[in-house]
Ligand binder design. Structure first.
Ligand code: ADP
Length: 498
């Protein structure tokens, strides 16, 4: 034995300064346990201070149950027994204690058995170290890793083993006891670019010591296709790579959101292009049509008397066809104009309905119409488009009226969860169940040419206008029983929110 060690032992035995020093400053506490009556344990002041108690009022200090976590206490008994059975097994454990203010304090308890003259294990002496801060930091790290879905992995190149932590296993959707093999781990990456990339990067990390950080696609054990970020860091020893370890993160949500935004902007650009095309095409188409109409007029005026009757009848058909074409082109122009950038304004739907009603009523002076309407709301919207919406709905109600009954058109509104709901009701010819959704499609008409004028664009425009205002449009009807067209429109707050 070293003379200093011997001297230290002697001094400790004699008590005094050495023992005092040990008691007051050794780590975060000392403990001394009676193995013959394990309820008896002495702890020094440091221990009590770590739990927030004042050692000056020592007799009042709590002992026994409640101070320590019951599970940790039971584990402690098991470990002490293991140490007693084999002193080669050190006693080393982190126990949870209750601080005076109620929070949990983590103390690392290490100790060793002390024997009496006959060699019987009678006492244990040990130390406490407060590891609360480390434990809390670990827990915080773990919960942030959980939230960010970050796991860890390592490949030991000498032993050939792989380690995946809990989160890495969770991302792969394998069970907690899954033991990965290297080739198997690689095969989780999606065949093709992803698998080739990870193989190349891993190989370069091992051979050239180069780290990597990449985003790849993975197919989980349950067959889900997800995006992951894989970061790898080689560990070199004597110029040779002995281990590659890294971070593994589930970035599927972020990638899917990015893809959605990209797809949306492509779609948006495409539909803008289409609208631009429709605008130019319909604008340019009207010019030659005007020329045809002009010359038809000239022929009618100048040659009416000299032309055979059949030719005049063909001329009427041509005039009718050019008129229909003109209507069609105008409709297309309206359709493309609806998408131009506009300014949102406060619109009084009641006033708008009154204007449309008056206009259409005077245009249809021969038709006896009974209009009724309730207080329609003030909304945020595009006035011109909302006017076109009312014109189309009320116009259709007039067009598809029943000849045997007085036409009644009403406009009502209700405040619903989806915003304002406006209902335009007529007592006209009605629509069959099977056509209730298709009539909103472009060029969809339920009647052959001749009976009703029109081009099948009106309701497609209505749909576009309602969607522009963040709403929905639908119809309830039965053949011969009239129709009610409903549309919703967001309130000002809802529209501003998003
Ligand atoms: P159109 O120019 O033919 O009126 P719309 O797109 O406005 O085109 O309407 C599509 C079809 O829906 C119409 O052809 C008609 O058959 C039917 N429809 C629209 N509104 C009504 C209504 N109020 N009552 C009965 N049928 C209607």
């Amino acid at each position: 034995m070293h003379y200093l060690q011997r001297e230290f032992a002697e001094r400790t035995k004699s008590g005094g300064t050495v023992l005092g020093l040990l008691q007051s400053s050794a780590l975060d506490g000392l403990w001394y346990l009676d193995l013959e009556d394990r309820a008896q344990e002495w702890r020094n002041n440091q221990f009590w201070r770590a739990l927030g108690y004042d050692p000056a009022v020592l007799p009042l200090l709590p002992t026994g149950p409640g101070l320590t976590n019951a599970d940790d206490q039971a584990e402690s008994t098991r470990r002490i027994d293991a140490h007693l059975a084999d002193p080669g097994t050190p006693y080393d454990q982190v126990l949870r204690y209750r601080h005076q203010d109620g929070r949990t304090v983590h103390l690392r308890r290490r100790g060793a058995v002390l024997r009496d003259d006959k060699g019987n294990a009678t006492r244990m002496l040990g130390t406490h170290t407060d590891v609360t801060h480390e434990r809390e930091t670990e827990a915080l790290l773990k919960s942030s890793q959980q939230a960010a879905r970050i796991g860890t992995w390592s490949v030991d190149l000498r032993g050939g083993s792989i380690h995946w932590d809990e989160m890495t296993k969770e991302i792969h959707q394998v069970s907690a006891d899954f033991v990965p093999q290297l080739s198997e781990a690689m095969n989780f990456y999606k065949a093709g670019t992803s698998r080739e990339t990870i193989a190349r990067l891993f190989d370069r990390a091992v051979r050239e010591g180069e780290s990597f950080d990449t985003e790849l696609q993975l197919v989980t054990a349950e067959g889900n296709d997800i995006w992951v970020r894989s970061i790898g860091q080689p560990e070199m020893k004597d110029g040779e790579c002995i281990r590659v370890h890294g971070i593994f993160q589930d970035i599927n949500l972020r990638r899917r959101e990015e893809e959605r935004v990209i797809n949306y902007s492509i779609l948006d650009a495409k539909s803008k292009e289409m609208e631009q095309f429709a605008y130019i095409a319909s604008h340019d188409l009207r010019e030659p049509l005007l020329t045809i109409e002009g010359f038809l007029e000239v022929i009618r005026e100048d040659f009416a008397e000299t032309l055979p009757v059949e030719v005049m009848s063909y001329m009427r058909t041509i005039t009718g066809a050019t008129k229909r074409m003109d209507e069609l082109i105008k409709g297309l122009l309206d359709y493309s104009r609806l998408s131009a950038i506009k300014q949102l304004q406060e619109v009084n739907l009641k006033e708008l309905f009154e204007i449309v009603m008056t206009d259409l009523n005077s245009a249809m002076s021969g038709v006896n119409i009974e209009f009724s309407y309730t207080d329609l709301p003030l909304v945020m919207g595009y006035p011109l488009e909302l006017k076109v919406l009312f014109q189309n709905l009320v116009g259709n109600a007039i067009k598809y009226r029943r000849v045997d009954e007085r036409l009644m058109i009403s406009a009502t509104c209700a405040d619903t969860e989806l915003g304002w709901q406006i209902n335009i009701k007529d007592n006209g010819i009605g629509i069959a169940q099977k056509d209730l959704t298709t009539i909103f499609k472009l060029y969809r008409q339920l009647h052959g040419k001749g009976k009703y004028t029109g081009n099948g664009i009106g309701l497609a425009n209505c749909m576009k206008i309602v969607e522009l205002h963040g709403g929905d449009i639908w119809v309830e009807s039965e053949l011969g029983q009239g129709s009610t067209f409903h549309f919703t429109i967001l309130t000002r707050e809802e529209l501003e929110e998003g």
